[in-house]
Design a binder for this molecule. Structure first.
Ligand code: ADP
Length: 556
């Protein structure tokens, strides 16, 4: 016997319809590429999204066609989020920080029909314009007055003209909620980038779960500033969440430096923001140097890479901002876990709380997870046993777009768990803690050393700006930890002084064998440290030392 409730499809268009009807005058504020601040409301956004859907129909776009974007976080990108997916086409957000060859590969692979771009990316568009095989035209996200002249781009169109010439009379179509809505490629540190194709249903379920109090805890009383880009996993779902709960949205555009972010956070009374640790490093540096505070921000979501405990502590003790540590992946839409406390944690000392907050946290309802050993056998949730992290759920990838690569799910009889490539522990309270990416683990004499713990100790040193720990080849132990460090300005910190910070904090044989000071760490297209590049550059460092004199022996 079936239930007798309405069968309504879970569609992305319903989010903007809801935001218009119930929070129509709530603002969306954007710092534009042009440099000024633009503000309008959810009602305006809904109207222009409908105009956009009409414009796309006029261009011959049909359901399931892919529409690419090369754009910052801003209101026009938001209109594309709703206009494209809402009409049944597929929004393909392309990471503009990728090399032009990769962008061309991705646009071809996705078979994009049109690509919308912010003017910042005009040089990139010029470079790819003649190369993308399926793209019929490019649309500059600006008005007629600012349109590039003599760009040489065939079929170049103006966004504001398209909107102006299109009627807002548009009824969002109803279709199967399993229809594809959005396409996002993983950065692909090895092999080709792989496309993850979200559906309306998976996106809506992710939105419900991510907005909950023990997840990102979003409400109509929030002002949310996503620093995390809309070109990378839908800005962690925040453009959808804001519509569901009626929160004001603030988009930072291209200005992601500490000063610009701080100005916007203060001017718009932002309560919640979200970004990767490297962005927060820049912001914290700025407020530290200028002696400023945060008047309204009480929470910040840190994810994409491990949040160093020193950053948690600085946000909390220096600025009264609570860090919500979150873990996720492109393949998970992206949120899998968020570190929110349970009642029992209220009794903990501040230091004990930071220890809990350093973990990546508990699974959202909808995501199931487990850790397994090399044989695929499940490991206990004792907070100590560490193994490969597997997940499953309605917003976890099943196959990559156009079957790129092998089926991502496990082959050994368990076909419904996705192997994340992360190594983790899970404690009895269900808090998951990433100790490493499987390819970053340091295998020293048959034992594993987690690089994140070693980085966190270095990051806690007051004179360290950034630190990465990599596996360097070693003649006796196969691999040993090597620390690559960027010092804070004016610091003359030495190798010996830094290594002293490890004494008594970890097993002696985990201590890095050497420290290399550099001016900057290589960051990938999503703002994460590229350890593969560091391994290429410094992987032989200890071998070279050993060739010189005596082997700098491991400290076992
Ligand atoms: P890529 O960085 O390859 O583009 P994603 O953005 O999907 O891919 O990154 C997912 C990976 O980022 C995870 O598998 C994990 O290794 C890492 N990651 C994400 N959040 C965290 C976190 N809070 N702590 C540690 N690692 C994290």
């Amino acid at each position: 016997m079936n239930g007798l409730m309405m069968q309504k499809q879970l569609l992305i268009s319903s989010l903007i319809v809801h935001a218009d009807r119930h929070h129509g005058d709530t603002e969306i504020v954007s710092r534009r590429v042009e440099g000024d601040i633009h503000r309008y409301t959810f009602r305006d956004c809904h109207r222009r999204s409908r105009q956009l859907a009409n414009a796309l129909t006029g261009l011959g776009i049909k359901p399931h066609d892919r529409i690419g974007t090369l754009a910052w976080n801003g209101y026009r990108h938001m209109e594309l989020y709703y206009g494209v997916s809402g009409m049944g086409a597929v929004l393909h957000t392309i990471n503009p920080r990728l090399h032009e060859d990769q962008v061309t590969y991705i646009a071809d692979h996705a078979e994009d029909q049109y690509i919308f771009f912010d003017l910042t990316f005009l040089p990139l568009v010029k470079a790819i314009a003649g190369r993308c095989k399926t793209v019929k035209g490019f649309i500059a996200m600006t008005d007629r007055a600012r349109m590039p002249t003599d760009s040489g781009i065939p079929g170049l169109l103006c966004y504001e003209e398209l909107i102006d010439h299109s009627s807002p009379d548009y009824a969002w179509p109803t279709f199967d909620e399993n229809t594809a809505s959005t396409l996002c490629y993983t950065s692909g540190t090895t092999g080709h980038p792989k496309g993850v194709l979200y559906s309306h249903r998976s996106s809506l379920l992710h939105t419900y779960a991510a907005a909950l109090p023990d997840a990102l805890n979003c409400s109509a009383r929030d002002v949310i500033l996503p620093v995390v880009p809309m070109f990378h996993v839908n800005a962690w779902g925040l453009p959808y969440i804001a519509c569901m709960v009626g929160a004001k949205l603030v988009f930072p555009g291209p200005a992601l430096d500490g000063k610009s972010l701080h100005e916007l956070l203060e001017a718009e009374q932002v309560t919640l923001s979200a970004g990767v640790p490297t962005v927060w490093q820049g912001l914290l540096n700025h407020v530290e140097q200028t002696g400023q505070k945060f008047a309204s921000m009480t929470r910040t979501i840190v994810g994409g890479a491990a949040c160093p405990p020193a950053m948690l502590r600085m946000f909390q003790e220096g600025y009264g901002v609570t860090v919500l540590h979150s873990w996720g992946m492109t393949e998970l839409s992206p949120i899998g876990t968020v570190c929110s406390m349970k009642t029992r944690h209220a009794q903990l000392t501040p230091q004990e709380r930071y220890d809990v907050q350093s973990k990546q946290g508990r699974a959202l309802f909808g995501v199931d997870m487990k850790i397994v050993d090399a044989n695929g056998d499940e490991l206990p949730w004792d907070g100590v046993s560490s193994g490969d992290l597997l997940v499953r759920g309605p917003w976890v990838v099943r196959d990559y777009f156009r079957n790129e690569g092998a089926c991502p799910l496990r082959a050994n009889g368990e076909t419904d768990w996705f192997p994340t490539g992360d190594v983790a522990t899970i404690d009895p309270d269900g808090f998951m803690h990433i100790t490493d990416r499987s390819k970053d683990v340091i295998k020293s004499g048959g034992e594993w050393i987690g690089s994140i713990d070693l980085e966190n100790i270095a990051m806690a040193h007051p004179e360290v700006f950034q630190a990465a720990c990599i596996a360097a080849k070693h003649p006796k132990w196969d691999e040993r930890p090597l620390l690559i460090v960027v010092r804070k300005p004016q610091s003359s910190l030495t190798r010996e002084e830094l290594l002293r910070a490890y004494e008594g904090r970890i097993a002696k044989w985990w201590t890095p064998d050497d420290v290399i000071f550099v001016d900057a760490l290589p960051l990938g297209a999503t703002g994460k440290v590229q350890k593969n590049r560091l391994r290429e550059q410094f992987g032989d460092h200890l071998l070279a030392q050993a060739d010189g004199e005596t082997v700098q022996g491991a400290c076992r």
